[in-house]
Unconditional design. Structure first.
Lengths: 335, 434
């Protein structure tokens, strides 16, 4: 128990540090003291500690650009990691990712439609979200047999549907030459288009989705023993599966629609966290969510600074830095 | 009246149109161990899955404490029935303690954490299963026997009146097998837990069950007390196998010993089927020959042995006609005559490695008589006759006379079957020439 508390305290501190760094670092560096002054501006109590005035330009950057961006990073990172945990648990396979049932391909297809074929009718995030959720629903229906969802069927139909939508997206990119770079950037994933609106769109899905999944973490633990064992231990397996699939699909579709297809986080963060806190989902889900948020916010800082003043898609950073780190841990730990 | 714990009524289960189980009926009373046995594919595991509610029956119903299982929700069933599945596997490294704690799930509310009481219960169950020392070990790192005990502890911690075990010992060494079954027996005795034990190990099931159900091709073939169900007749009809069924002298439980596949005599040549061989045995000396010759497709008879003699049991098993004498009685002249009648119909008499006393000297005389009648005699002498002569030399004398008069002598038991084969081959050759 104390070990768990240590982990969570550490993660809490790390989150605050990354959050403040994320506000301060960028093409325009804002000193930390100014960041602190800025964010306490609205709270008279805290302002008495930080004091002083902040330049209007800093405030605009801080509140209109950086704050929604950092919050969105944390939210998306947490959402992807949590959904990844959930999928790995459902599939009883540590190699599952949030995209395993084809949501990313479906959402990319929606984005391609919105950008290339029907520009201006739907916004890109909206189209991506709708087609992502639609894909999940389609896969879900294909896998259903007599009211049950056999997990192998779900995996296979997810892969098949995913491949189909990838192919269609490639075809759309092939025939529509203009605007392709926009789609390409979107698919690589990034936070340069973050805004308060996107944040508010994502909050309900991710903000309720994570506690929702956490709520079923004991069931998810028991389901690791196999569905039949879980049934005899009193778990309503089909119900739990359905609810978890819906929740994680909504989370992933929301993440993808606001920030594109960011790889690695959903697959490796749950895995990495499991190395430290063990397989108990009651700890793993909140811990992974925190680690995911911290990790993605950190990667976004790098994405903004490495080739400053230009930006890299954050998906490049997550894999480039995350994968070697994970491999290092993998070779050091035996389990 | 005894309260009924579990009742299965007219239960059938179909997949597509294929019948897996048909019209199964049985009852489980408090504090009993019910064994369910049968060949692979007889539907044992499916039956357990239907009882535990993993599968829904196509017809009929499962009643728990008089109430249909459909009227319970999942959590309520889990408070009545616990199940230890056949093989459980997980790639996630939970500790043994965490896994046993999962057994408390039906007792812990969704919005609640496990309480001190749950943790104590887990400790109690792990101590009972003898795995408390493994509490911090990861289940991915312990042995198969230990893992099985973890799942038994988990099922115990569910605190259910009914425990279902699906092949609880199937891949374990004999030590772990007994250890696990003793845990179950103790639970049954001390906590009056009712157990349904599915196993393909007839002896294990016989040893630990009070009553038994024998399934064949999805139907109940026999049910009742162990000794009524496990008869060599039933085993022959369900498993197509000749098996000895005995009472274990030490444990007192029924055990079975598969002896041979039942040979369809049509498979063997017509020639052999008509060849008659008579065995003179006793004291278990002829049992192996009975098996070898019957498997070989010969027409075998046996004489004179006492009832309860091992040879008599073997003869019954292989449906070999034999001349029988009352237990511990000397051979009467009446039995001797019967024996001679069998010998007269035979082409070959085999005198097995029988120890001789005053009571069965007439068996030796019968062999001598056979030679007189012109029937060939084969004498086994693995243990030299002096060492099995308890008549002060009388037996040895007759034995030597036998050899003088042209009986064939074979020292090694394994040579006998080859001799018999050669013997009849040359007979056939002679007959063809004629």
């Amino acid at each position: 128990m104390t070990a768990r508390n240590t982990v969570f305290s550490f993660l809490g501190v790390a989150l605050v540090v990354v959050f403040l760094l994320g506000l301060s670092v960028g093409s325009v560096n804002i000193p930390l003291s100014v960041v602190l002054k800025g964010i306490t501006k609205g709270f008279p109590f805290f302002r008495s500690f930080t004091g002083g005035e902040v330049k209007e330009g800093y405030l605009v950057i801080l509140f209109n650009l950086r704050l929604p961006r950092v919050l969105l990073c944390v939210l998306v990172g947490a959402g992807l990691a949590c959904a990844g945990c959930c999928m790995q648990g459902l599939f009883r396979n540590p190699m599952a990712s949030p995209y395993v049932i084809g949501i990313s391909s479906g959402a990319s297809f929606g984005a391609a439609l919105a950008l290339l074929i029907l520009p201006g009718i739907f916004s890109l995030p909206f189209a991506a979200f709708v087609s992502g959720v639609g894909t999940a629903f389609l896969v879900y229906r294909i896998s259903q047999v007599k009211g049950k969802i056999p997990i192998e069927r779900l995996l296979l139909s997810g892969i098949a549907v995913g491949f189909f939508f990838s192919a269609v997206t490639s075809f759309l990119m092939y025939i529509a030459a203009q605007d392709m770079h926009r789609l390409f950037f979107w698919i690589m994933g990034g936070f340069w288009a973050s805004s308060w609106i996107r944040l508010f769109v994502a909050i309900p899905f991710i903000g309720f989705g994570i506690p929702g999944i956490f709520f079923f973490s004991r069931d998810l633990n028991i389901m690791q023993l196999g569905e039949e064992s879980a049934i005899t231990l009193g778990v309503e397996v089909e119900l739990v599966k359905g609810v978890l699939l819906v929740l994680s699909s909504l989370i992933v579709a929301a993440c993808v629609s606001v920030s594109g297809v960011i790889g690695f986080v959903g697959l490796i963060i749950p895995h990495l966290t499991r190395l430290f806190v063990g397989p108990d989902h009651r700890v793993l889900i909140p811990a992974s969510s925190l680690v995911g948020g911290i990790f993605l916010a950190g990667c976004d800082i790098l994405a903004r600074t490495v080739v400053s003043p230009a930006e890299l898609p954050v998906g490049i950073i997550t894999s480039c830095f995350g994968a070697p780190f994970f491999i290092y841990l993998l070779t050091r730990r035996r389990w | 009246m005894v309260r009924l714990l579990l009742e299965v009524r007219n239960l059938s289960y179909f997949i597509e149109r294929k019948r897996i189980l048909e019209d199964i009926n049985f009852k489980l009373f408090p504090g009993e161990v019910l064994g369910i046995v049968g060949p692979n594919g007889a539907g044992k595991t499916t039956l357990l899955k239907l009882i535990s509610g993993i599968l829904q029956p196509s017809e009929g119903k499962v009643l728990v404490e008089g109430k249909s299982i459909k009227k319970f929700n999942r959590r309520e069933i889990s408070k009545k029935i616990a199940m230890v599945p056949q093989n459980t596997y997980t790639s996630f490294p939970f500790t043994a303690f965490d896994v046993v704690l999962m057994g408390r799930h039906p007792h812990v509310g969704r919005f609640k954490q496990e309480t001190e009481k749950d943790l104590n219960k887990v400790k109690e169950c792990m101590l009972l299963a003898g795995i408390w020392h493994l509490r911090d070990k990861k289940i991915t790192e312990i042995s198969g026997g230990e893992l099985q005990k973890v799942f038994i502890a988990q099922a115990i911690s569910q605190e259910t009146p009914i425990l279902l075990l699906d092949e609880p010992t199937s891949h374990l060494d004999i030590n772990s097998q007994l250890e696990i079954m003793e845990i179950v027996a103790e639970l049954n005795k001390k906590k009056r837990k009712s157990v349904v034990l599915v196993s393909h190990d007839l002896n294990l099931a016989a040893r630990y069950s009070g009553r038994m159900i024998l399934l064949k091709e999805g139907k109940v073939f026999a049910q009742g007390k162990v000794e009524e169900v496990l008869t060599s007749e039933n085993i022959k009809r369900v498993y197509h196998l000749n098996a000895l069924v005995r009472k274990h002298p030490v444990t007192g439980s029924i055990y079975t010993l598969p002896v041979s596949f039942r040979v369809n005599s049509k498979d063997k040549g017509e020639v052999r089927r008509k060849r008659k061989v008579h065995l003179i045995g006793g004291g278990g000396s002829a049992s192996r020959m009975i098996k070898e010759l019957c498997d070989g497709g010969y027409d075998v008879s046996l004489g004179v042995v006492n009832v309860f003699d091992a040879d008599f049991e073997t003869a019954k098993l292989f449906e070999v006609p034999c001349v029988v004498e009352a237990p511990f009685s000397p051979i009467t002249s009446e039995s001797y005559e019967k024996n001679i009648r069998f010998i007269r119909e035979s082409e070959l008499v085999i005198l097995c490695n029988v120890p001789f006393g005053e009571g069965n000297l007439l068996n030796l005389e019968a062999a001598l008589e056979a030679l007189e009648m012109g029937v060939e005699v084969l004498v086994q002498n693995k243990v030299p006759v002096e060492k099995r002569d308890y008549t002060g030399g009388k037996a040895k004398k007759i034995f030597e006379k036998l050899l003088d008069k042209g009986a064939h002598l074979v020292e090694d038991e394994r040579e006998v079957t080859r001799f018999v084969e050669e013997f009849f081959k040359s007979r056939v050759r002679q007959e063809v020439r004629r």
